[in-house]
Design a protein around this ligand. Structure first.
Ligand code: ZN
Length: 194
Protein backbone atom coordinates (compact mmCIF):
# COMPACT_ATOMS: atom_id res chain seq x y z
CA UNK A 1 0.00 0.00 0.00
CA UNK A 2 2.75 2.46 0.90
CA UNK A 3 4.64 1.66 -2.29
CA UNK A 4 1.51 2.45 -4.33
CA UNK A 5 0.79 5.60 -2.30
CA UNK A 6 2.08 9.14 -2.77
CA UNK A 7 4.04 8.90 0.51
CA UNK A 8 7.67 9.93 0.07
CA UNK A 9 9.38 7.88 2.76
CA UNK A 10 8.91 5.10 5.27
CA UNK A 11 9.36 6.31 8.84
CA UNK A 12 10.50 3.44 11.06
CA UNK A 13 10.40 3.77 14.85
CA UNK A 14 12.95 1.54 16.55
CA UNK A 15 12.29 1.27 20.31
CA UNK A 16 14.43 -0.55 22.82
CA UNK A 17 12.24 -0.66 25.93
CA UNK A 18 14.87 1.42 27.79
CA UNK A 19 14.96 4.85 26.20
CA UNK A 20 11.19 4.55 25.71
CA UNK A 21 8.80 2.27 27.61
CA UNK A 22 7.97 0.15 24.58
CA UNK A 23 9.69 -2.32 22.25
CA UNK A 24 9.03 -2.25 18.52
CA UNK A 25 11.33 -3.90 15.97
CA UNK A 26 14.92 -3.76 14.87
CA UNK A 27 17.44 -4.60 12.21
CA UNK A 28 15.94 -7.78 10.62
CA UNK A 29 12.59 -6.08 9.94
CA UNK A 30 14.27 -3.05 8.36
CA UNK A 31 16.50 -5.31 6.29
CA UNK A 32 13.46 -7.23 5.01
CA UNK A 33 11.57 -4.03 4.24
CA UNK A 34 14.53 -2.71 2.30
CA UNK A 35 14.34 -5.66 -0.09
CA UNK A 36 10.80 -4.71 -1.19
CA UNK A 37 10.80 -0.92 -0.79
CA UNK A 38 11.75 1.57 -3.48
CA UNK A 39 11.29 4.55 -1.17
CA UNK A 40 13.85 5.93 1.31
CA UNK A 41 13.84 4.44 4.79
CA UNK A 42 13.78 7.12 7.49
CA UNK A 43 14.90 5.26 10.62
CA UNK A 44 14.19 6.91 13.97
CA UNK A 45 16.20 5.35 16.78
CA UNK A 46 14.54 5.62 20.17
CA UNK A 47 17.32 3.66 21.81
CA UNK A 48 20.08 4.38 24.28
CA UNK A 49 23.67 4.65 23.00
CA UNK A 50 22.65 4.49 19.33
CA UNK A 51 26.31 4.92 18.29
CA UNK A 52 26.73 1.18 18.89
CA UNK A 53 24.59 0.26 15.87
CA UNK A 54 25.18 2.91 13.21
CA UNK A 55 26.97 0.70 10.68
CA UNK A 56 24.40 -2.07 11.28
CA UNK A 57 21.55 0.25 10.33
CA UNK A 58 23.45 1.34 7.24
CA UNK A 59 23.83 -2.31 6.23
CA UNK A 60 20.11 -2.88 6.91
CA UNK A 61 19.26 -0.16 4.38
CA UNK A 62 18.62 3.07 6.32
CA UNK A 63 18.82 6.26 4.24
CA UNK A 64 18.08 8.66 7.05
CA UNK A 65 19.25 7.76 10.54
CA UNK A 66 17.93 9.86 13.40
CA UNK A 67 19.19 9.70 16.97
CA UNK A 68 17.85 11.41 20.08
CA UNK A 69 19.76 14.29 21.62
CA UNK A 70 18.71 12.88 25.03
CA UNK A 71 20.34 9.53 24.21
CA UNK A 72 23.73 10.80 22.98
CA UNK A 73 26.47 12.02 25.28
CA UNK A 74 28.73 12.80 22.32
CA UNK A 75 26.13 13.87 19.80
CA UNK A 76 28.50 15.61 17.42
CA UNK A 77 30.60 12.47 17.10
CA UNK A 78 27.52 10.28 16.58
CA UNK A 79 26.23 12.59 13.82
CA UNK A 80 29.64 12.44 12.16
CA UNK A 81 29.59 8.63 12.31
CA UNK A 82 26.20 8.57 10.57
CA UNK A 83 27.47 10.85 7.80
CA UNK A 84 30.70 8.89 7.45
CA UNK A 85 28.55 5.83 6.72
CA UNK A 86 26.95 7.73 3.84
CA UNK A 87 23.54 8.24 5.45
CA UNK A 88 21.60 11.44 6.06
CA UNK A 89 21.90 12.37 9.73
CA UNK A 90 18.94 13.39 11.85
CA UNK A 91 18.58 14.53 15.44
CA UNK A 92 15.32 14.13 17.37
CA UNK A 93 14.29 16.01 20.49
CA UNK A 94 11.58 15.21 23.01
CA UNK A 95 8.68 17.62 23.64
CA UNK A 96 10.18 19.09 26.82
CA UNK A 97 13.72 19.43 25.45
CA UNK A 98 14.54 23.04 24.51
CA UNK A 99 15.75 23.97 21.01
CA UNK A 100 18.98 25.26 22.57
CA UNK A 101 20.04 21.59 22.79
CA UNK A 102 20.47 21.51 19.00
CA UNK A 103 21.70 25.08 18.51
CA UNK A 104 25.28 23.98 17.94
CA UNK A 105 24.53 20.93 15.80
CA UNK A 106 21.83 22.20 13.41
CA UNK A 107 24.32 23.18 10.68
CA UNK A 108 25.73 19.64 10.69
CA UNK A 109 22.52 17.65 10.30
CA UNK A 110 20.11 16.94 7.45
CA UNK A 111 17.01 16.68 9.59
CA UNK A 112 15.67 17.84 12.96
CA UNK A 113 12.81 15.71 14.27
CA UNK A 114 10.57 17.47 16.77
CA UNK A 115 8.65 14.96 18.85
CA UNK A 116 5.09 16.27 19.15
CA UNK A 117 4.11 13.49 21.59
CA UNK A 118 6.18 11.74 24.25
CA UNK A 119 7.89 8.97 22.30
CA UNK A 120 7.01 5.33 22.82
CA UNK A 121 3.46 4.76 21.66
CA UNK A 122 1.34 5.47 18.60
CA UNK A 123 -2.04 7.15 18.65
CA UNK A 124 -1.25 9.94 21.12
CA UNK A 125 -2.55 13.52 20.96
CA UNK A 126 -0.46 16.27 19.42
CA UNK A 127 1.16 18.55 22.02
CA UNK A 128 -0.01 22.10 21.23
CA UNK A 129 3.24 23.83 22.20
CA UNK A 130 4.83 22.18 19.17
CA UNK A 131 3.41 24.87 16.87
CA UNK A 132 5.52 27.62 18.42
CA UNK A 133 8.48 25.25 18.67
CA UNK A 134 8.33 24.76 14.88
CA UNK A 135 8.26 28.52 14.33
CA UNK A 136 11.24 29.02 16.64
CA UNK A 137 13.12 26.25 14.88
CA UNK A 138 12.48 27.92 11.51
CA UNK A 139 14.01 31.10 12.97
CA UNK A 140 17.00 29.23 14.40
CA UNK A 141 17.61 27.47 11.09
CA UNK A 142 17.54 30.81 9.28
CA UNK A 143 19.84 32.48 11.82
CA UNK A 144 22.33 29.65 11.47
CA UNK A 145 21.96 29.53 7.69
CA UNK A 146 21.31 25.77 8.07
CA UNK A 147 19.50 23.44 5.67
CA UNK A 148 18.08 20.77 7.98
CA UNK A 149 14.58 19.55 7.20
CA UNK A 150 12.06 20.02 10.01
CA UNK A 151 10.20 16.79 10.70
CA UNK A 152 7.16 16.53 13.00
CA UNK A 153 6.58 13.16 14.62
CA UNK A 154 3.52 12.28 16.69
CA UNK A 155 -0.18 13.05 16.69
CA UNK A 156 -0.29 14.33 13.09
CA UNK A 157 -3.88 14.21 11.79
CA UNK A 158 -5.83 15.47 8.79
CA UNK A 159 -7.13 18.21 11.10
CA UNK A 160 -3.81 19.66 12.32
CA UNK A 161 -1.51 18.90 9.37
CA UNK A 162 -2.23 22.15 7.54
CA UNK A 163 -1.36 24.27 10.58
CA UNK A 164 1.82 22.25 11.13
CA UNK A 165 2.88 22.91 7.54
CA UNK A 166 2.00 26.60 7.84
CA UNK A 167 4.27 26.86 10.90
CA UNK A 168 7.14 25.69 8.68
CA UNK A 169 7.41 21.90 8.90
CA UNK A 170 8.93 20.09 5.90
CA UNK A 171 8.24 16.46 6.78
CA UNK A 172 5.17 15.04 8.52
CA UNK A 173 5.18 11.60 10.08
CA UNK A 174 1.75 9.99 10.19
CA UNK A 175 1.24 6.55 11.68
CA UNK A 176 -2.07 6.08 13.41
CA UNK A 177 -3.83 8.62 11.17
CA UNK A 178 -2.93 6.51 8.14
CA UNK A 179 -3.09 2.97 9.45
CA UNK A 180 -6.20 3.19 11.63
CA UNK A 181 -8.22 4.45 8.67
CA UNK A 182 -9.99 1.97 6.38
CA UNK A 183 -8.69 3.82 3.31
CA UNK A 184 -5.02 4.49 4.11
CA UNK A 185 -4.16 5.35 0.50
CA UNK A 186 -6.71 8.13 0.47
CA UNK A 187 -5.50 9.54 3.81
CA UNK A 188 -1.92 9.72 2.47
CA UNK A 189 -3.22 11.40 -0.67
CA UNK A 190 -5.13 13.96 1.40
CA UNK A 191 -2.09 14.71 3.58
CA UNK A 192 0.10 15.16 0.50
CA UNK A 193 -2.51 17.42 -1.07
CA UNK A 194 -2.13 19.86 1.84
ZN1 ZN B 1 9.42 8.45 14.83
Amino acid sequence: MIERSTADWYHLDVMDGVFVPNISFGLPVIKALNTVSKKPLDVHLMITQPERYISDFKKAGAHYLTVHVEACTHLHRTVQMIKDEGMHAGVAINPHTPLSSIEYIIEDVDLICLMSVNPGFGGQHFIEQTYSKIEHLVQLRKAKNAQALIEIDGGVTLKNAKKIIECGADVLVAGNTVFSHPNSLDVIHQLKHL
